[in-house]
Design a protein. Structure first.
Length: 256
């Protein structure tokens, strides 16, 4: 079995694969500082809860956009699984050619999303990930990572409203029953969710327009991705395990 780890700004999302079968997933908060022993203990406990053992892990891979956690995280994985994790970055085989102006600036999470989208659905495809930031990445029919758009995530927008105003509360992020809100909480929820849906529709339309590919496939992932995808007029696929699958694909490409 292999352990795949996606280190995001908010959560560390982990998965365990046995061949192509995703046996377990779990999340850890990124912002809590931990030692390598603490990471090892957490992995062991969470895997045990899923009926799995650390000693069953034969390989590991990490994609990270948070350098500060890497020393302890890598140390924990090495010490407690006896595997040296593959770190997604320059020199790692992905099967995706990055043709943007600065390929090294593309986040590892976006790369593995692009790999999974292209492997599973083919190109041309627009990959949308609703994480801490909302990202839109265009992968060509030839498997080239050609362009990316980055926007504030829904939670970032919500926190900005809460922290920058005197009276607006911190709210649960969900789609209200109607956009015609009549009190503060649902008015904020309406603005956040319907605003995100409208932004997403517009960016998809502009990408299709500027690439000249009106029938481009669209795949959506990320925590709030399903809620948005269900509201889009554009045909899209929601894939909740896209990033983890991308890590598995990259691991397999480098194991050959």
């Amino acid at each position: 079995m292999i352990l795949v780890v996606d280190v995001g700004n908010t959560n560390i999302t982990c998965g365990v694969y046995e061949e192509k079968d995703l046996k377990a997933t779990f999340r850890i908060n990124t912002k809590t500082k931990r030692t390598s022993d603490e990471y090892g203990a957490i992995f062991s406990q969470l895997l045990n809860m899923k009926g799995l053992q650390l000693k069953s892990i034969e390989g590991s891979i990490i994609a990270s956009v948070v350098p500060d956690v890497m020393h302890s995280l890598v140390g924990g994985i090495v010490r407690y699984t006896n595997t040296e994790p593959l770190i997604v970055g320059p020199g790692v085989k992905t099967g995706i050619k990055i043709v943007t102006e600065d390929p090294r600036a593309i986040g590892a999470d976006r790369i593995v999303d692009a790999v999974a989208a292209y492997e599973k659905y083919g190109g041309p495809i627009l990959v949308i990930d609703f994480g801490t930031a909302t990202t839109y990445d265009y992968v060509t029919a030839q498997g080239h990572f050609a362009a990316g758009i980055t926007a504030p995530g829904i939670r970032i927008s919500s926190e900005a409203l809460w922290k920058a105003t005197a009276k607006l509360p911190n709210i649960e992020i969900k789609k209200p029953k109607s956009i015609l809100a009549q009190e503060t909480i649902t008015s904020m929820q309406a603005g956040l969710m319907y605003g995100q849906i409208g932004q997403t529709e517009y960016i998809i339309r502009k990408v299709k327009e500027e690439t000249g590919i009106p029938d481009m496939k669209v795949v959506v992932t990320g925590g709030l991705g399903r809620t948005v995808a269900d509201e889009l007029e554009t045909n899209s696929i929601y894939d909740g395990t896209l990033t983890l699958d991308g890590l598995r694909f990259v691991y397999e490409k480098n194991r050959r």
